[in-house]
Design a protein around this ligand. Structure first.
Ligand code: ADP
Length: 175
């Protein structure tokens, strides 16, 4: 599904983040920026060792912030690495840190002249964020940003599997 936000487009698709043809893809990274599991492992496997080498130079990334590397062998020219919060009980700034991941990634895209980017569902795998709550934060934060930043033409939220897609579609409808 797809909605217009001002001049920009917000799109939800079911798919694999490593196969997206957007200018950039976002990685659900860890603070060390070392290859891990889930999205991170998939991006490093598909993108090749150049991404890991660039990550090493960056010396980590705090939770809620974002860093950029090139895309290695991916179709996307860039990878934006952002570190989602590990979910404990929701009272440890998890909502604001998750919103910050989306916002800081988008700010970095604007600064780099990136016009389209694809996000996975940050923090909802190993980091344990309840997906319905995470989906509401993702669609709200991206929509608010696009309303103010027409230079970003397209944001694609890439959901792994039908169930995750349905949760995000519901969050977008309720917005
Ligand atoms: P985190 O550590 O931030 O929780 P994960 O990579 O463990 O990140 O998972 C984030 C979300 O991405 C989960 O919902 C997971 O199902 C999904 N996911 C896993 N692999 C892929 C992939 N190749 N493309 C898109 N989404 C993926």
């Amino acid at each position: 599904m797809e909605v217009k936000v001002g001049a920009s487009t917000l799109e939800l698709v079911e798919g694999d983040i490593t196969r997206q043809d957007t200018d950039a893809v976002v990685n659900a990274a860890n603070e060390a920026l070392r290859p891990g599991g889930g999205v991170d492992g998939a991006i490093h496997r598909a993108g090749g060792p150049a991404i890991e080498a660039e990550c090493r130079q960056l010396r980590g990334c705090p939770t809620g912030e974002a860093r950029v590397t090139t895309g290695g062998n991916l179709k996307a020219g860039y990878v934006i690495h952002t570190v989602g919060p590990v979910y404990r009980d929701g009272s440890h700034r998890e909502p604001e840190l998750l919103a910050s991941c989306y916002r800081e990634s988008l700010k970095l895209a604007s600064a780099q002249g990136i016009k389209s980017l694809a996000f996975p569902s940050i923090s909802t795998g190993v980091y344990g964020y309840p997906i319905a709550d995470a989906a509401r934060i993702a669609v709200k934060t991206v929509t608010d940003y696009l309303a103010q930043h027409p230079e970003i033409e397209r944001v694609r939220l890439v959901l792994f599997g039908r169930a995750a897609y349905e949760v995000y579609a519901q969050a977008l409808k309720e917005l």
